[in-house]
Structures are given as C-alpha cells and as structure tokens.
Design a binder for this molecule. Structure first.
Ligand code: HEC
Ligand code: HEC
Ligand code: HEC
Ligand code: HEC
Ligand code: HEC
Length: 235
C-alpha cells in the first residue's frame, strides 16, 4: 500500500515538474545514442585524455604527453565507484600531489589556477555533468561489482557503458541518454555471472534484485519482479 502511495506522490510531483517546464522553457530534445550532452563550462577544463588516455605506443617513455595519455586508472581518481552509490570527484590534494612536481605544465593558465585554489584552501567548484532527477535511485557499487569484480571486464570498458569514451575527452561530456528505457534495455539482458568454466555460478538470478519472473505454473500472479520493477529505481 505505501508503495502505491509513493508512486502517486511521484507521479503528482512529475506532473507539477513537467507543468512548470512547459511554461519556462522548451523541453530538451531527446538524446540519441551518439549525441554528446551539453558542454559544461568547468572552473578548470580537466583533460581526461591526458590523464586517462592510452599511452602513445611509439613513445613508451611518454615524453610527449600531448600525443598520448598516462593511462591512469579511472578508479584512482573516482575512488568511491566500487564501494558506494557515487563515484566521487577527486579532492584537490590528489591533483597537487602530482602537479607540484610536474614542471612542464606548472606555468600554464590552468595549472596556475589549480594552485590558486590550493593556496586559497578552496575546493574546486566542479559542475555536474551527469545528473539524474532526485526521484531516481542509482548506485555505482552494484554495477562495478557485477561488471568489474564478477565478470572481470576492464575498468574503462565498464565505465564506458554509461559514460562513453571518457579517456579521449578533453572535457567530460555526457554521451549516453540515461533515460529510463536506456537503463531498462540493459537490465533486460542477461549478465550471467560465470565461473571459470563459463557456467553461471549457482542458480542466481542474473539481475540481482531484478529477478526474472518465475514461470507461472499455478495460473496465479507472477510473484518475482521483472527488470522493470519500478521500486528498484524509484524510492
Ligand atoms: C587524474 C584524475 C582523474 C582520472 C584518472 C579520471 N578522472 Fe574522471 N574526472 C576527474 C575530475 C577532476 C572530474 C571533474 C571535472 C569534469 O567533470 O570535467 C572528472 C569528471 C568525470 C566524469 C563526469 C562527472 C559528472 O559530473 O557527471 C565522468 C563520467 C568521469 N570523470 C569518468 C572517468 C572515467 C571513465 C575515467 C577513466 C577512463 C576517469 N574519469 C579518469 C578526474 C579524473
Ligand atoms: C598522476 C599524476 C597526476 C595527477 C594525479 C593529476 N595530474 Fe594533471 N597532469 C599530469 C601530467 C603528467 C600532465 C601533462 C604534463 C605535460 O603535458 O607535460 C597533466 C596535465 C594537466 C592539465 C593540462 C595542463 C595544461 O594546461 O597543459 C590540467 C588542466 C591538469 N593536469 C589538471 C589536473 C587536475 C585538476 C587534477 C586533479 C583532479 C590532476 N591534473 C591530477 C599529472 C597528473
Ligand atoms: C550502469 C551505468 C554506469 C556505470 C557502469 C558507471 N557509471 Fe558513473 N554515473 C552513472 C550515472 C547514472 C551517474 C549520475 C548519477 C546521479 O546523477 O545520481 C553517474 C555519475 C558519475 C560521476 C559523477 C559523480 C558521482 O559520483 O555521481 C562520476 C565521476 C562517474 N559517474 C564516474 C564513473 C566511473 C569512473 C565509472 C567506472 C568505474 C562509472 N562511473 C561507471 C552511471 C554509470
Ligand atoms: C550496462 C548495463 C546496465 C546499465 C546501462 C544500467 N544497469 Fe543497472 N544494473 C545492471 C546489472 C547487471 C545489475 C545487477 C547488479 C548486481 O549484480 O547486483 C544492475 C542493478 C541495478 C540496480 C539494483 C541495485 C540494488 O541495489 O539492488 C539499480 C537500482 C540499477 N541497476 C539502476 C540503474 C539505473 C537507474 C540505470 C540507468 C541510469 C542503470 N541501472 C543502467 C546493468 C546495467
Ligand atoms: C532501471 C531503472 C528504472 C526502472 C526499473 C524504472 N524507472 Fe522510471 N525512470 C528511471 C530513470 C533513469 C528516469 C529519469 C529519466 C530522465 O531523466 O530522462 C525515470 C523517470 C521516470 C518518470 C518520469 C517521466 C519520464 O519518463 O522521464 C516516471 C513517471 C517513471 N520513471 C515511472 C516509472 C514506473 C511507473 C516504473 C515501473 C513500471 C519505472 N519508472 C521503472 C529509471 C527507472
């Protein structure tokens, strides 16, 4: 019962939200798979390509970073992804830890600005690039756990399912729609957890809490929730 009530609250809230949109601004056009979201002006343009991009194979010592990245692990900076709902943005100390000993870019406008924040003891006010509405519940942890820890997929590939090819971006952009149907289209696929022999481990549902509806043998209602169980994603 309380679930039903929460859904009605959600829907009423949504009508109100959509209503005020219509007055103030045109609805944004729906994104297609290959679109990049709006470019967001950040206090410092952070080049993912130079930090997380692939090394230049012709330059193994990486003496010319402009031609290749440093392949820093995404989770070296976004440390919380594996253990919490948010992935987190690295604190300024992490940038300074490296940049205080990197002479080659010490005097560039962006790095000067970095040290201005540091000297003023201020955090960099990064703006959000991805921002789901508050009525959606999303957690990095479960996705990272499944795809990286259990299915053993490479980190950059997994982040890429939802963030696109960040390692080549000169400034972070949204590249997937993040719409409800987009989330669901992945949940509808099987992501079997396989042991080394390639067999599913145990008899577990592949979707964790999104269990496949059990076959309806009794003629009664199907009890298990399918991948579209509203309450997994909406509080
Ligand atoms: C050296 C640290 C560092 C590394 C390595 C790094 N990032 Fe980031 N990332 C940042 C910072 C700082 C921001 C905030 C600035 C921005 O959004 O452009 C950010 C922003 C992001 C955002 C946008 C966050 C939002 O507001 O929605 C995504 C997505 C992201 N990173 C993914 C990745 C992925 C994927 C990798 C690995 C390919 C990676 N990052 C590697 C530092 C890093
Ligand atoms: C592991 C070391 C390391 C960390 C951590 C790191 N950087 Fe860098 N960063 C570098 C190196 C190396 C370069 C490229 C130097 C070069 O081109 O010679 C660079 C380049 C940059 C540039 C481009 C400079 C320019 O204008 O040419 C920016 C901006 C930058 N880093 C910001 C950051 C920020 C912000 C953080 C923290 C979120 C950060 N870096 C963390 C090593 C690091
Ligand atoms: C299954 C999809 C999915 C995967 C996989 C994923 N993300 Fe995200 N990420 C999202 C969504 C959705 C948001 C926006 C969350 C919100 O607004 O509440 C987000 C937000 C972020 C942010 C912004 C800050 C925050 O924590 O909310 C960063 C940084 C980020 N992701 C980095 C990463 C990195 C690094 C990886 C790989 C280790 C990764 N993500 C894997 C979907 C994903
Ligand atoms: C690349 C495929 C993929 C995409 C894209 C994806 N998911 Fe998932 N999601 C999964 C898998 C696989 C699981 C099951 C994880 C597990 O084993 O617990 C899952 C689990 C979840 C859970 C259950 C977590 C829990 O606490 O039980 C929620 C909630 C969720 N996803 C929300 C979302 C939302 C919201 C989006 C879109 C913004 C999204 N997912 C996009 C694959 C995906
Ligand atoms: C896999 C996660 C997931 C599941 C399951 C899910 N939703 Fe959503 N829902 C979302 C996301 C993400 C958004 C935000 C879409 C956006 O911002 O474009 C959303 C948005 C909505 C909206 C706002 C209108 C819209 O389309 O943007 C409503 C209403 C809604 N969901 C209802 C439901 C109902 C009812 C169910 C069950 C049948 C359900 N949702 C199941 C993830 C989910």
């Amino acid at each position: 019962m309380h679930r039903f009530l929460r859904l009605s609250t959600l829907l009423i809230g949504l009508f109100a939200a959509v209503g005020s949109y219509a007055v103030d601004a045109p609805q944004p056009a729906p994104m297609t798979e290959d679109d990049l979201g709006p470019a967001i002006e950040q206090p410092i343009e952070f080049p993912h390509n130079r930090h997380a991009g692939l090394r230049n194979p012709n330059d193994p010592t990486n003496s010319d970073p402009l031609k290749g990245g440093m392949e820093i692990d995404c989770m070296y900076c976004h440390t919380y992804a594996r253990r919490s709902a948010v992935a987190g943005i690295p604190p300024l100390q992490k940038c300074i830890g490296c940049h205080q000993s990197i002479a080659s870019v010490r005097e560039t406008p962006r790095i000067k600005k970095l040290f201005e924040y540091w000297d003023a003891k201020k955090a960099i006010p990064w703006k959000k690039v991805h921002d789901l509405p508050d009525f959606v519940r999303f957690s990095h942890e479960r996705h990272i756990e499944r795809f990286i820890s259990q299915l053993n997929r490479p980190v950059q590939e997994v982040c890429g399912y939802c963030h696109g090819n960040v390692k080549e971006m000169t400034v972070a952009r949204r590249s997937k729609s993040l719409a409800m149907g987009w989330c669901a289209s992945c949940h509808q696929k099987d992501h079997p957890v396989t042991a080394e022999g390639g067999k599913p481990i145990g008899n577990q549902a592949y979707w964790y809490n999104f269990q496949k509806p059990a076959a309806d043998t009794s003629g009664g209602a199907v009890k298990a929730q399918g991948p579209n169980d509203c309450w997994q994603c909406h509080k």
